[in-house]
Design a protein around this ligand. Sequence first.
Ligand code: ADP
Ligand code: MG
Length: 614
Amino acid sequence: MPDIINLLPDAIANQIAAGEVVQRPASVVKELLENSIDADSMTVQLIISDAGKVLIQVIDNGLGMSETDARMCFERHATSKISTSEDLFKIRTMGFRGEALASIAAVSRVELKSKTAEAELGTFLHIEASETKKQEPVSTNQGTSIAVKNLFYNVPARRNFLKSNPVEMRHILDEFHRVALSNPNVAFTLTQNDKEIYQLPAGKLSQRIVSIFGKNYQKQLITCQEETHWLKVQGYIGTPEFCKKTRGEQFFFINNRFIKSSYLNHAVQGAYEGMIQEGQFPFYALFVEMDPIHIDINVHPTKTEVKFDDERSVYGIIKAAVKQALGKHNVTPSLDFGSDVNFKNLAIDNSHFNTPTRSENSYGSFKSLDKQGKSTRWDEMYEQAIDESKPTPAEIRQEELAGLENQMTFQSEANQQQSVELDLEESSAQPMLMHERYVLKQVKKGVMVVDVILAHERILYERYLEQLRKKSGASQRSLFPVSLELNPADYSLVVELQDEIGALGFEFEEFGKNTIAINGIPAEIKNVNEKELFEGFLEQFKFNKSELSLSTQENMARSIAKRSASRTKISNDSIELRTLIDRLFACHQPNYTPSGTPTFIILGLEKIVEFFNQ
Ligand code: ADP
Ligand code: MG
């Protein structure tokens, strides 16, 4: 029998190895960004076209590569980062296996430009499927630019396996967030299809968090810091009120390397016990530093999992650190567990106005909502809510000193409103409807004007959020299915969100190319045709997605509430009007719509008197 064993040609061996490192565009993004960081770059630009399927480019101003290194870097196991096996245990840089660029080059068309500080000219290289097509000197700035085009063009099976653009883009954003968070001293930009998505200036970690996730994070971050002789934890955690309904913005970095660890996550979640409801997830970005000798990061090729030699101690220290941070911050029970990030800045928020008397020391100070002896009568509840949130003059002063001007502008307005005592029960006057939109109701010291549509938006929002959480949306079936053709991007978004949209109460199925058939819409939505509702909902969802950083559930609840509330019609029937008011004040946060617009105003008697005393 003849010999039958051949050595695989390099190109094929590389392609096989690439399978491990390069699973999707986001893996390329991760490797390129990390290489730029390892090369001591101060600015890093990430350019994406078509969710990375067409182009992924990273341009940095780091150390750059010599001509030989530029060629070498695409060889397998070519790395400048370790040279002996002992180094493996002291890894400080992000990359170390020297296989990323080789793998990437095996499954795409790569163009590299790189120049070191000393060199006059840089090097340009064009490689396709591991084969060098062109190499020439090029005039370029110090640093490296690597453009990866047509990923998987030569591996159709892989290319076909890629998910829709929104899904792939989300993975890219995840990687980008991780690298950007762990390197706040490096400036980053991200451009997607020629549109700038992020411009993150170099700064402190807290600034980086805010510039990535939004301004509303500013007041929600608690510093977390703890040091023992062998481990240091530092970073930020979110206030308990700031919890999200979906896991997501939770980041652990060990020696600046992002890791996933359900074990450590459990430690943090445990520290919040009793302060947050089940199914809520706190924000955190925690950086653990320890001697690499205690860590084995080589357990998984994509390097997001780690092993510690003393896992239990790490768990204990992290949990204690988070608990202590929460305790120090003296967070008191929040009035509004259902609230979302956005109106935090606007809403009447008592967490900024803790008095020492109300918050007992440290972590024992949390009680769950129902244990606070809250009244079940909405009117009383409302007054109680106002009382609880009213800051004393001394507290206001304190806030002012702390320079929280924005908060104050709003607070003083809010105080004006709140100084009007409400007493719905006492007044026998019936509510009445004006101009088909405003309900007028006499209250103890004035008149309350409720905006029917905005009130309804708040009511529906809380209801849908609850349904989404419990996956319990009821549906009203249409007589006939209604078909709706979408553009491909919307269609893939709908398919991606199928389960959540279903949980809202929409019933639909795929119905040919980019088309769905709507069989039912959420129960209780009236005066609306299925198609318009669905389209409106989707529009709203996409708008929120691009403008705000919300969890999917949050966004869904807001979008459907806004769209269906806009159709609200109400008759001038006192029972119906009363029901609306009761339902509004049964909400966790009746005062505002989810996006922060007041749902009602109080026209105080003094104001009315003033009008006539001019
Ligand atoms: P690793 O990062 O594991 O060493 P890579 O395949 O990612 O392996 O990179 C190979 C080598 O190419 C690196 O060790 C480094 O010397 C060089 N390199 C890659 N990207 C850059 C860059 N942006 N700037 C400077 N050198 C780089
Ligand atoms: Mg690398």
